[in-house]
Ligand binder design. Structure first.
Ligand code: C2E
Ligand code: MG
Ligand code: MG
Length: 680
């Protein structure tokens, strides 16, 4: 017989689908029972949920007068169908089997769907929890991809930075960095996963300190896909730390470093000095009269006085100098940018001088001074503690030794003290000499070798010391250079030389060039104007004046030096290069300066004609000068042999004892007239 799928069967399957999807528990059991009864036209029929009902390993069959079939998929049995109350044939069995299979299949799918719906709901719940937790915690938590683009941003981050999640997500993390030079990749590569302290910028522009910890963000397959960053604002802690640091290392009253920090800074600087084989000096300053002011006028006045003293010290020193308040009225200074120890005396004197002006505090006029002791690295010690101790001892000695304690300065070493005293004596003497007319000029003639004519003269300064007589410049010019007094000396020499030349000009003497020595320190932008002004004041023709500059002057900034030289030669003043051969001027270098004459240094002239290398040097300078179109003069010519050699080598002029020593103006003028008469 041909089997036809009955309309009833189709309706039955639809009903099963509907029931399994919509119903649960007892309602489902009842409905499935009803469906199977209807479908198999059985007076009795039911669905029994749960395992059992059929032989193990069997799907179904006849049980007494009932027909049963398990509703099972794989190992899982959901229950069984059972119908009875009439006779059943094979067709009935196939129907109950088909419905049971369909039911099992549907139930399995339903269970699966239920499980995943459940899992999904669980996950959603978890996510909601997590973001709630993230938003609740005070820390700001954000995630970014491997390129640093922000992928999530919690409420803590919103509060900390001031950017909403909408504003932040999708931007690169770098927009929060406070220091431009800090790169994202560097941080990740070098510090990823570690805790660090970083500076970040808020939306308001405010920069703050944050502690940052980064941990890698991975996908389900454990591949790194970015970073999770946790940030907390630690600005307050940082500030507290800074306050603590300040308390530990700075003097609260003056804001200067304290003794501890001074020791550290000095020790650090000494390490550098050691590498550079440089010097260092420690100055110990003790205020005079402070205790009395403090005791009689009270601490408030005393404190303010110390503050102002500290300010004056700080203003006087350079940024690289270290100044500290040690205790009470004691201060210390560290100097490391000096070439010679006696330069510390100059600084010490400046520090004393800056206290000369009175302090006005609380309606009072107050005066304090300072006694200063100096110790020197490496001669006296190698560390801050030792140097400070020795400078203290030197200070005590200074205070006792000097009539005026406000001017007392002493080195720890005796020999340094003697050197200093000598220098100070010369320096005060020289200042005095400048004001008192104790300086005079001598004039040494320069002769043209070919004609024997006097073609010029060099003005050489002398100090007529009331006790010591004529002091040669070698004894005070170097000192004047190191103290800066050379500028005043130079001004006086130029003035005096021009005044004298103007006298000779008016007296109708044949014009010659009067050379004035100019030291490197005088060779400044203001020199050309000063020269022009002096020439004008004495109505002196510029062709009378020549400036001798030393090779060392050229070693400074090329542009600056040539600029000054050009302005001088534009005035009509000639320039000569003194002490030539002792420096390192190269030929090509020389060509670029507007120089008129080269002056061979006396040290080479002295060796002529005995010393071969001196002869070679002198000969080379002469031929070099000729090629460059410069005149050459040799200084320090004392013998006829020297003169002969120089003449044969092609030297233009000579200056030296062979012809004449430097002479006072009157004697020089007589020589000049004699020379002129003799040759005319
Ligand atoms: P300098 O410019 O090289 O001057 C030449 C020096 O050689 C002078 O010494 C001069 O007296 C000396 N002298 C000249 N002929 C002979 C000689 O035949 N034999 C010996 N043994 N010496 C001779 P002085 O006058 O002692 O000056 C020394 C240095 O002092 C000068 O060297 C110059 O560098 C400097 N100086 C002198 N006056 C001034 C000045 O007014 N300003 C500046 N900035 N420096 C000056
Ligand atoms: Mg000279
Ligand atoms: Mg010279």
């Amino acid at each position: 017989m041909h089997e036809v799928v009955s309309v009833d069967f189709v309706g039955g399957t639809t009903a099963v689908c509907d029931a399994v999807i919509r119903l649960r528990g007892e309602a489902l059991t009842q409905e499935l029972g009803r469906i199977i009864r209807d479908l198999l036209s059985s007076p009795v029929g039911r669905f029994v949920a749960g395992p059992g009902g059929v032989e193990p390993g069997q799907a179904g069959g006849n049980y007494g007068n009932a027909l049963r079939h398990a509703v099972s998929a794989g190992t899982e049995q959901f229950g069984y169908y059972e119908v009875s109350g009439r006779d059943y044939c094979d067709g009935d069995y196939r129907q109950i089997e088909a419905i049971a299979k369909l039911t099992a299949h549907l139930m399995q799918m339903q269970a699966l769907a239920q499980r995943s719906t459940h899992a999904y709901a669980q996950m959603e719940l978890q996510l909601a929890h997590q973001s709630q937790i993230l938003d609740q915690i005070h820390e700001s938590v954000l995630t970014m991809d491997q390129m640093g683009y922000i992928t999530s941003w919690n409420r803590g981050a919103e509060e900390l930075f001031g950017y909403s999640a909408l504003e932040a997500i999708g931007r690169n993390i770098l927009f929060l960095y406070a220091d431009e030079e800090e790169g994202f990749h560097d941080v990740f590569a070098e510090q990823g996963g570690r805790m660090m302290e970083v500076r970040r910028r808020k939306k308001s522009g405010e920069v703050f300190w944050a502690s940052l910890s980064l941990s890698p963000l991975r996908d389900l397959a454990e591949r790194p896909i970015g970073l999770i960053a946790y940030l907390t604002d630690i600005t307050e802690r940082k500030q507290a730390e800074e306050r603590l640091h300040h308390l530990a290392y700075y003097d609260a009253l003056t804001g200067l470093p304290n003794r501890t920090l001074f020791g550290r800074l000095v020790d650090q600087a000494l390490m550098v000095a050691q590498r550079n084989e440089a010097l260092g000096c420690v100055l110990f300053l003790d205020l005079n009269r402070f205790k009395r002011i403090n005791d009689t006028l009270g601490r408030r006045i005393g404190d303010e006085l110390l503050r102002q003293v500290a300010q004056r010290f700080r203003d006087t020193l350079r940024d690289e100098d270290v100044v500290a308040r040690l205790s009470g009225d004691e201060f210390a200074v560290g100097l490391f940018d000096i070439r010679q120890h006696f330069e510390a005396t100059t600084v010490a004197q400046k520090l004393q001088a800056v206290l000369d002006a009175p302090f006005y505090i609380g309606g009072q006029e107050l005066r304090v001074g300072a006694s200063i002791g100096i110790s020197v690295y490496p001669q006296n010690g190698n560390d801050a503690e030792t140097l400070l101790g020795l400078a203290d001892i030197a200070m005590e000695r200074a205070k006792k030794g000097e009539a005026n304690p406000d001017r007392s300065v002493a080195f720890y070493s005796d020999d340094m003290n003697q050197g200093m005293q000598e220098r100070m004596r010369i320096e005060t003497g020289l200042r005095h000499a400048l004001g008192n007319g104790e300086l005079i000029l001598y004039y040494q003639p320069k002769f043209e070798i070919g004609s024997g004519r006097i073609v010029g003269a060099e003005a050489l300064v002398r100090w007529v010391h009331p006790q010591r007589g004529l002091v040669p410049p070698g004894e005070f010019i170097p000192l004047a250079e190191s103290t800066g007094l050379i500028v005043q000396v130079g001004e006086w020499v130029l003035e005096q030389a021009c005044a004298q030349a103007a006298v000779w000009q008016r007296a109708g003497l044949p014009p010659f060039r009067l050379a004035v020595n100019v030291s490197a320190r005088e060779f400044t932008q203001s020199l050309p104007a000063r020269v022009a002004d002096t020439l004008a004041r004495y109505a002196l023709d510029p062709s009378w004046l020549e400036l001798e500059i030393t090779e060392s002057t050229l070693m400074h900034d090329f542009e600056r030096v040539t600029g000054i030289m050009d302005r001088l030669t534009a005035l009509g003043v000639a320039l000569s290069l003194d002490d030539f051969g002792t420096g390192y001027s190269s030929l090509s270098y020389l060509k670029r300066f507007p120089i008129h004459t080269l002056k061979i240094d006396r040290s080479f002239t002295t060796g002529i004609p005995g010393d071969q290398s001196d002869c070679a040097i002198a000969g080379t300078i002469i031929s070099m000068a000729r090629q460059l179109g410069l005149r050459v003069i040799a200084e320090g010519v004392e013998t006829v042999d020297q003169l002969d050699f120089l003449r044969d080598s092609g030297c233009d002029e000579v200056q030296g004892y062979l012809y004449s020593k430097p002479l006072p103006a009157y004697d020089f003028e007589r020589s000049l007239r004699d020379n002129w008469l003799l040759l005319s």
